[in-house]
Structures are given as structure tokens and as C-alpha cells.
Design a protein around this ligand. Structure first.
Ligand code: 3UK
Length: 530
């Protein structure tokens, strides 16, 4: 069989790899992760159980497996995709996108998911960097994809004679999984590019299972009867793990939403008795005022990641629903969450402890270890880790075998990790070190504040000043008096020198498609003020 070694040949040099700790996981040398996530359930007689759905339809494990097998047939027999080839994927969160992603991996090829909002130029970068020939693209998103430089694009949905569904009709619903190695690349996930040109992070078959068997097993602890949902795009590894990998690994089910606004998320939780919800801190906050009695009766596990979960949000959600949100920090490089806390160990405001299987520590600017109680740069290692596709920035993320995430943390005497800021969000003003997120966590406790972001901006006198961008709750109007009230509020909550000297009201915060505040956009000239 033809095998394409591009990914293997473009892994970073060994000396730049992080150290991997796989001891307890015991994966065999040959492993196709889709066999474990899907086929194993059919073999165990679980085929009729629900696997993937939308608010309108539900696919059983057998239904999903049949789609995966037909698509794998289309890829290998009709589109000429060989093991190791990269395949671009582009669609909103739909069951067919999940089937297509798993099919690519089952066939031994490499899935390259892309965010639905990417434009042709951004897609072209991905296509060239990962040398992609074939793309599977939702029919509603073909326009930009058609100008991305792919050799062949097959439409998902839309009905034409050459659409994926038509091609699938000619294929049987069985497909023998490619006999991959556990350390074959099966996924290239691109970073969002907020910190420069996007980086392609490469993940192996074993990594896909490892995140489920560490975070999923020891922290999330969901069960086969659980019904998952979440708002993150599957193209973001947070979403991929949350609503595809974790539920499939344990035989549970997921309901996907194409437009997962807080309103729709809550409506789904209520109507479909969702039990596990993955979303961003701001979505929990936004759902709070919409909650009606009984809405969250079935819900039992809530996970927040992507940005720090402010203590005020944790407390308000807990007071309203009785549910203790699990905060967790993950990254595209690490694939998923590596610090979090199981429900009995939560400290509101802290991210948590290293997920079993991972080690975490703090280091100083020279890379020396810091003792607990210090504030420093976070370094982690475990079964997953950073391997950039042909990128010199590998040496920045991986230092001395540890993944250095770019975050400043404090570790307390009990070993808990408390997020301070992204390294570049530490504000140095008049000689003081101020963590923007700490000021945000204080501000958000004020009743008028719906959302906020705090950054350092240049100032002639002080070098840098603390500036807050605030979105108000309905019923509150922007005014100088309110700005002063917010400043006074912060001074009463945290050390007064941290208060925002400038307060600007906005209608909405600028966010990335993965839901993060675009802080870099706020550091420049002030966006449109409300
Ligand atoms: C920040 C957090 C504080 C942090 C992600 C869960 O966010 C994910 O991946 P990205 O590559 O960004 C990584 C960076 O985001 N961050 C994420 N979670 C938290 N900061 N508290 C948190 N709970 O700066 C990190 O370095 O976009 C999250 C799972 C998979 C992911 N890819």
C-alpha cells in the first residue's frame, strides 16, 4: 500500500520533543483509535445505543459506524486517499462532520479540522502548510474553501450527484480499519493564530485515547448513560474532546448544536435532559439570568475551559443550580485538559491539580524550578504533548522536555494551581505586576457588569496603565459615574493599585471563534465605544 510519510518526516527533531509518560496507559504498538472509540462498542453489543444526534435526529453507535465506514470507503476507493494523506474538514458541528473526521482517521489518513469562519486566505495557509489535496466541506461553506487551493472538494450535504451522501451510496457499510501504529499522526489541529501565524499541532492515535483515559476517566468521570453537549467547534480540540472523544470512549451520547448560543444551549439542556455540558466561562455567566426552575434538573457535570473561570461565576452558577463547575486548563498543543479538579477537590477560583498522568510545575524566566507558593511560568508533561508541524516555535513551547504553555500561575501550599494571566497579559504598571484576569475577576462581581476584559495600555506617565473594557448588563447605562463606581468597587475588592485607571464601555467583547477574548485587539486603538 502507498503510504505518505509527510507527517512523520515533519515531526520536530527528537531532541525538541517533550517527555512523554505513557507508563500506566498500556497501549499496544498497533492502534487505530477509531476501532476503540467505535467498533469496540459494536463488538460489545452496544450498537443500538444512541451515539450522536442533533435536536432533530439521533444516530446509534451502529448508525454512526455505518456512516464512518461508507465515508472511509469513499475516501480510499473514490478519492484516492492513502494512509498518511491529510484531509481537510470544514463544517459546523454536525453528526456528519463527526463521521467524516472518524472516517479519515479510520482509513489511516490525517484529519485537519478547520474553523467554519476561516476565510479562503486562512484556509490556503492550512492547505499549503499541511499539504492537503482533498477536503470534505459543508455545502454552506464551499465558497471560501473553493479558493483554498485544494485539488478536490466533496460537499457534505446539499444533495448533488457528487455530494458525499451520493458517493456514500456506492460503498458498503463495513470497512477494515487501517492497521495504524499508536504513534502515527492522525490529527493536525491548528492553533487559532491569535499569537502569530497558526501552528499545526500533531497528535497520534494514542493521544486521542490518552486524553480520554486521563482527564475523562479521572476527572470528568462520566458514565454510559450520560448525554453530552457543548458549544465549542469540533475543529477546536476542546470541542473535539468534549463532545466527540469523551462520550464515545465510554459509550455515552452527544447532542450537537450548530449554533450553540447560550440561549440554545440552555434550551437543549432543558428539553433533552442533557447531563454533561462543556462550555466557556462566559456562557455559564450568560445562561444565569435565563435559568428557569427545573432547567438544570438533569444536568450533573459542567465543565469550563478556554479561559479562566472567575470565582464569582463559579459561585453564582453553584448558587443557582447546585452544580460545582469543573474548571480545567487545556491547550491545542496538549490536546485537552491537563490541570483540573474532580468534583470533591474543587477550590473555586483555582484551576485545580495536575490531571492524573500529568505533572505540572512552575519555572522562572531562566527555566529553574520554583517551590510551591511561587508565581511562575507553567510547565507540564504527560502522555500528550506538543509536536508542531515543521515549526521553529517548537523550541519555545517545549523546553527541557516540558511543555511551557505561556501561562503565569501560582501554586499554593496544597499543590493547587491558580491562574494569574497569559504571560503577555501580565501588566507592569508603575513597577507593580498586575494580572489582568485578577482585575477582571474583581470587576465581574459588580452587579452592572455582564462581561469584561482588562489589559495594559501604553501611558506617557506610567509606562502602562490598567484599562478595563466592560459590557453592561441590561438595565445599566454607561456613564462617567458608573465608571467611577466600578473603579471604587475594584479598589475595595483587591489591592487599590490594581484598579483600572481607564474604563471603556463596549456593546460586546471581541472574541475568537473558540470563544476567547481577543486581548491583543484591545491593547491597540480603542474599538468602537458603546
Ligand atoms: C488558556 C485557560 C485559564 C491558557 C483548550 C481545553 O483553550 C484551549 O486551547 P487553546 O490552544 O488555548 C490554550 C490557552 O488557553 N486557557 C485554557 N483553559 C484555561 N486559562 N484557565 C483555563 N481553564 O492560556 C492556555 O495556555 O485555544 C482548552 C481543552 C482543549 C483546548 N484546546
Amino acid at each position: 500500500m502507498r503510504v505518505d510519510n509527510f507527517a512523520r518526516e515533519n515531526l520536530p527533531p527528537r531532541e525538541h520533543w517533550p517527555e512523554f509518560r505513557l507508563d500506566d496507559l498500556g497501549y499496544p504498538e498497533r492502534l487505530n483509535c477509531v476501532t476503540e472509540l467505535l467498533d469496540a462498542w459494536l463488538a460489545r453489543g452496544h450498537g443500538a445505543r444512541p451515539a450522536m444526534g442533533t435536536p432533530d435526529e439521533t444516530w446509534s453507535y451502529a448508525d454512526l459506524a455505518a456512516r464512518v465506514n461508507r465515508i472511509a470507503g469513499v475516501l480510499t476507493r473514490q478519492l484516492g486517499v492513502a494512509p498518511g494523506n491529510r484531509v481537510l474538514l470544514r463544517a459546523p458541528n454536525t453528526p456528519m462532520l463527526v463521521a467524516a473526521t472518524l472516517a479519515v482517521i479510520k482509513a489511516g489518513a490525517i484529519a485537519v479540522p478547520t474553523m467554519p469562519l476561516l476565510r479562503a486566505g486562512e484556509l490556503r495557509f492550512v492547505v499549503e502548510k499541511a499539504r492537503i489535496g482533498v477536503g470534505l466541506c459543508d455545502h454552506r461553506l464551499l465558497d471560501e474553501a473553493s479558493r483554498a487551493g485544494l485539488d478536490r472538494i466533496v460537499a457534505i450535504g446539499g444533495g448533488g450527484a457528487d455530494s458525499l451522501l451520493s458517493l456514500m451510496a456506492a460503498e458498503p457499510d463495513v470497512f477494515a480499519a487501517c492497521d495504524s501504529r499508536a504513534d502515527d499522526v492522525c490529527l493536525i489541529a491548528f492553533t487559532s493564530g491569535t499569537t502569530g501565524v497558526p501552528k499545526g499541532t500533531m497528535h497520534f492515535h494514542r493521544d486521542i485515547l490518552a486524553t480520554c483515559d486521563t482527564y475523562g476517566r479521572h476527572v470528568l468521570r462520566a458514565a454510559p448513560a450520560d448525554v453530552f453537549t457543548g458549544s465549542a467547534p469540533i475543529a477546536f480540540t476542546f470541542g473535539l474532546g468534549a463532545i466527540v472523544l469523551f462520550p464515545l470512549r465510554i459509550g455515552a451520547s452527544t447532542i450537537l448544536l450548530e449554533q450553540a448560543s447560550p440561549e440554545r444551549l440552555l434550551e437543549l439542556i432543558r428539553a433533552r435532559r442533557v447531563t454533561v455540558c462543556f462550555t466557556a466561562p462566559t456562557a455559564y455567566r450568560a445562561m444565569l439570568p435565563m435559568l428557569r426552575p427545573g432547567d438544570t434538573d438533569a444536568l450533573r457535570i459542567c465543565i469550563s475551559a478556554g479561559e479562566a473561570l472567575p470565582k464569582a461565576t463559579w459561585e453564582a452558577w453553584h448558587a443557582a443550580t447546585g452544580i460545582a463547575i469543573l474548571d480545567g486548563i487545556g491547550s491545542t498543543e496538549m490536546l485537552h485538559i491537563f490541570i483540573g479538579a474532580p468534583v470533591e477537590a474543587i477550590r473555586p477560583g483555582a484551576t485545580g491539580l495536575p490531571v492524573p498522568g500529568y505533572d505540572a510545575k512552575l519555572i522562572d524566566a531562566e527555566g529553574r524550578d520554583l517551590p510551591p507558593g511561587s508565581v511562575g511560568r507553567l510547565a507540564v508533561r504527560g502522555p500528550t504533548g506538543c509536536r508542531y508541524l515543521a515549526d521553529p516555535r517548537q523550541a519555545i513551547y517545549v523546553q527541557n522536555g516540558w511543555n511551557v504553555t505561556g501561562d503565569t500561575y501560582r501554586q499554593d501550599a496544597d499543590g493547587f494551581f491558580w491562574f494569574q494571566a497569559r504571560n503577555d497579559d501580565m501588566i507592569v504598571s508603575s513597577g507593580y505586576n498586575i494580572a489582568g484576569p485578577e482585575v477582571e475577576a474583581a470587576l465581574i462581581g459588580h452587579e452592572a457588569v455582564a462581561e469584561c476584559a482588562v489589559v495594559g495600555v501604553p501611558d506617557a506617565a506610567r509606562g502602562t496603565i490598567v484599562k478595563a473594557f466592560v459590557v453592561l448588563r441590561p438595565g445599566h447605562a454607561a456613564s462617567d459615574a458608573l465608571a467611577r463606581a466600578l473603579q471604587d468597587y475594584v479598589k475595595a475588592e483587591i489591592a487599590p493599585y490594581k484598579y483600572p485607571r481607564s474604563v471603556v464601555f463596549l456593546d460586546a467583547l471581541p472574541r475568537t471563534e473558540s470563544g476567547k477574548v481577543k486581548r491583543f485587539a484591545l491593547r491597540g486603538p480603542t474599538p468602537q465605544e458603546a
